[in-house]
Design a protein. Sequence first.
Length: 371
Amino acid sequence: MQRELIQPQWIPHQKQISDHEILIQAPGKTPIRFDIKYKNYVVPLLESQNIAQTVQHIYQQKRQVSFKRLYQIIQRFCQNGYWKNASDFLLPKPQDDGSFFEGLKKLFTPPASMPKPPPFDPFKELPHLPPFHNLPVDVVNNLLKDHQIRQYPRGGIVCSEKAIDRNMFLLISGHLGVFRNKELIVDLRPRSLFGENGFFYGSPRTATVMALEPSQVLIFKWHSAYSQSTLDTPRFQALQNHIWLLQTLQSSPLFKDLPLEALAPLPTMGRIIDIPPKHWIIQEGSLPDFFYLIIQGEAQAFKNGVLKRPMKRGDVFGEIALLQNLRRTASVQTTTPLKAFQVPKDQFWKMLAHNLFLALQIEKTMKARLS
């Protein structure tokens, strides 16, 4: 469900504001009363009828935004039937997945009947999918030279750990598992791209990819027309960086639960930067200007000169000062060459305004670090 892309569908209602409360009423519905302290959230939400505009309004007023408080307000509207599409905005309830073996059984057991996937035309579909949607048509067509679409049965091996081949893969439909040393480390959903290191560099495969259910895979085949000079062009470098960023977003604890439609616009909100080792990215006490996501490499966070935590691929930093409108609470130094996704302050708030569940996750991470 594209929660961050849709907006609430309100039923007709009326509001009354007094000195101590806000009253919202609708025919046939239980009246909702909010304490006046919620005015900065409730009134903009009622007037704009738009979650993103509400967040932007609070931010522009230079007030601290509590996404937890905003979500609690949204919950009350949803649970009392004031939004027709309430289920689109409520977080799913946690479920007991049972034992490890039951989980594996669910994972490897396909549905009783698998619908036949619609025909996939890569020349029509690929230009609209991240990370290819920003590429010139000639680059996409070049990638599709000698391509192949292959069906894999459940248990079929797409690529094997330590093997050397120059293919890159896009999962069209189905479900794939990535195994390292016979251990499942991640599962792949449709539109996942993988195998780029083997394609770009001829590197040995670092994992085995197996079909967990019947799957359809697009294979980009390496061909002799490619050369290192071709791969070093800005277009291919941009493609490679975009692939790495999307893969990092899909594996990061903060971003992995967002649908691909939500991830697709995120790369346009910032830029990928390369930082040398032993470089101070942010300094404790400085004014906040950027949010960072580590794509490759490692860094360390220090507070008052004391090491607080190491950071690696998929970790984020810089969110505390931006969310609380404070000076930096820690310093961050690279320990290795680092590739990071850098998001400016205004774009950071735009990102959160359009992704409420991401905002809740980042706010939760911030509070855990502060505690």
